[in-house]
Design a protein around this ligand. Sequence first.
Ligand code: NAD
Length: 356
Amino acid sequence: MNFLITGGAGFIGSAVIRQLIDSSSDNILNIDRLTYAGNLENLYGVCGSPRYRFAQLDICDYTAMTRIFAQFQPDIVMHLAAETHVDRSINGPAEFIQTNLVGTFTLLEVARSYWQGLPDDRKDRFRFHHVSTDEVYGDLPHPDGDPEAAHRRFDENSAYAPSSPYSASKAGSDHLVRAWMRTYGLPTIISNCSNNYGPCQFPEKLIPLMLFNALAGKPLPVYGAGDQIRDWLYVEDHARALITVARAGIPGETYAIGGGNELRNRDLVTQLCELLQELRPSSARYADLITSVPDRPGHDRRYAIDNSKITRELHWQPQETFHSGLRKTVQWYLKNSEWCERVRSGAYRHRPQEAT
Ligand code: NAD
């Protein structure tokens, strides 16, 4: 199969590509604009494979996308390219509307025209898999003061109620994808996943940010009381779920993906500090660096996913516990601290890029 993957130089896309190259005979074309969040170093282990190609392109460029579809002849499009950081979306929403909405629209139009021209057997097996987030559903009731709320989780039938410019742009892109299936018959699948963690995540996101601040003796900023709850999933487990959905998911269906690891932000940061104390002992306690900062506007209080559909129908389940996944993550960052310096400074972007 030919997999065209957008956003493959990012955190999750690079995990998907590494798994596909390591465990299948599929051909991969990675389309990535290499924004600040895209990093080809995430793919050094696989970029020598004859089954892997890369093109530095913007998904909003209709002409370039049309050319690349015609050349590569994808069987599966896995669409991950997006602007993804909620705080950035609050400070500057325009890029989020451009990539997440206009970019998804552009890809859908290119895919539709390409798919309509395919012979029947290839038309039947073509899939457009849109990778989305549980943040499109807004927030769940919080168990503080209402113990019954702990039983409520998002699933494939949850209503859309996004809170931030990021989640609103992702919600809009989900609606476009669903409409292209309903109106034009394009075989699309959507997956909505909870918070990911693991190696190669850009160090603006919670876990790597806290880790590097702690090592530098800087404050560990936790929003408000730190009682926001997230459901954490190890990135390699998400990558396996995405490959499963792309291969075996039913067109028109949505799959909710989550790790079943609900944690308050404050408790997560405390666990991280304890692990760091064990793996990189320090005379000062890392946990003493935890500092409350004013809450983010519109901050969702709780996310949690009911993943029973993908577990039952596609036989996927997470392999890592939060305990084992966090340990692997911290060990990876401790071993790769120069990676972090390079991606923060954008140093890798000045190297010549591969071309298709
Ligand atoms: P990321 O920010 O690490 O990577 C995004 C990638 O997209 C980068 O490589 C970037 O260069 C590329 N990109 C951005 N704009 C582009 C454009 N216009 N054209 C081509 N490439 C462009 O993101 P991530 O965390 O890997 O997330 C990937 C996808 O998964 C996103 O769609 C996100 O909404 C979704 N998701 C993420 C999480 C999470 O916890 N990280 C959870 C659920 C869903």
